[in-house]
Design a protein around this ligand. Sequence first.
Ligand SMILES: NC(=O)C1=CN([C@@H]2O[C@H](COP(=O)(O)OP(=O)(O)OC[C@H]3O[C@@H](n4cnc5c(N)ncnc54)[C@H](OP(=O)(O)O)[C@@H]3O)[C@@H](O)[C@H]2O)C=CC1
Ligand SMILES: O=C(O)C1=N[C@H](C(=O)O)C[C@H](O)C1
Length: 252
Amino acid sequence: MVKIIMHGCNGKMGRMITEIIKEDEYAAIVAGVDTYTETANEYPVFDHIRSCDIEADVVIDFSNAKAVDELLDFCVEKNLPVVLCTTGLSEEQSEKVQKVSEKIAVLKSANMSMGINLLLKLLKEAAQVLSPAGYDIELVEKHHNQKLDAPSGTALAMADAINEALDNTCTYVYDRSQVRKKREKKEIGISAVRAGTIVGEHEVLFAGTDEVIEFKHTAYSRSVFAKGAVEAAKYLKGKNSGMYDMGDVIEF
Ligand SMILES: NC(=O)C1=CN([C@@H]2O[C@H](COP(=O)(O)OP(=O)(O)OC[C@H]3O[C@@H](n4cnc5c(N)ncnc54)[C@H](OP(=O)(O)O)[C@@H]3O)[C@@H](O)[C@H]2O)C=CC1
Ligand SMILES: O=C(O)C1=N[C@H](C(=O)O)C[C@H](O)C1
């Protein structure tokens, strides 16, 4: 049995994980942390990670980028592995995550779904064939109107996977409105749409002369992220310090 602290337990993802874990005999939430502590849940909810004095095996974090520094400090002090799912971290925070992983096990992934993690592999292959053949690469992501960060962590992870496959030779272009020149070959365009209740859509276009190849992932429910996060927590329990990702959890 994996005992989990759910950081951000009353948010959209925290509530989804609380639901799906009820059906799981190998994992349980033993405590939650959120700014809003009213709860009908079976576990206690604390208003701050530092107030949480419940013994656990792993923390799952779906909260807010502003909350991540203190969470990481807490996990190091308690020697607690952490599944870090919050997106929109600054460069300094990403560096801190790397440093912290020298002391505890950290599994960081901008997207916990199987589909996106497979797509990250496929995109590398496609880019290595299509970019040298002159295809332009553009990424479009769509999310609900409550999302704080843009572009999405997943869109950035996709761009990074493609860029890595192309020996980090690409530049990212987020906004063409001020760029008064033609597109460069080694650009990756990244566009964000925020509307309604869209759970998450990511589309990558490889556009050549007279043909376009499109890769598209649509999440119809947050359960795909929630299930991945719980599997990640099970995987991370008792692991040595280091950086892990969903590629370690899902074996293709
Ligand atoms: N990796 C992945 O697969 C996925 C990642 N995400 C990312 O996860 C994060 C959360 O997403 P989502 O659940 O939709 O967002 P929500 O805003 O619905 O939930 C986040 C919750 O965390 C709370 N919170 C804020 N500050 C703290 C704090 N200091 N300690 C504890 N809880 C806090 C929020 O409270 P309040 O509302 O008062 O701020 C809120 O209840 C986002 O960064 C999102 O991009 C989302 C889906 C999938
Ligand atoms: O905020 C969300 O909702 C999501 N965020 C993640 C991201 O930024 O990539 C993953 C998912 O698409 C949902």
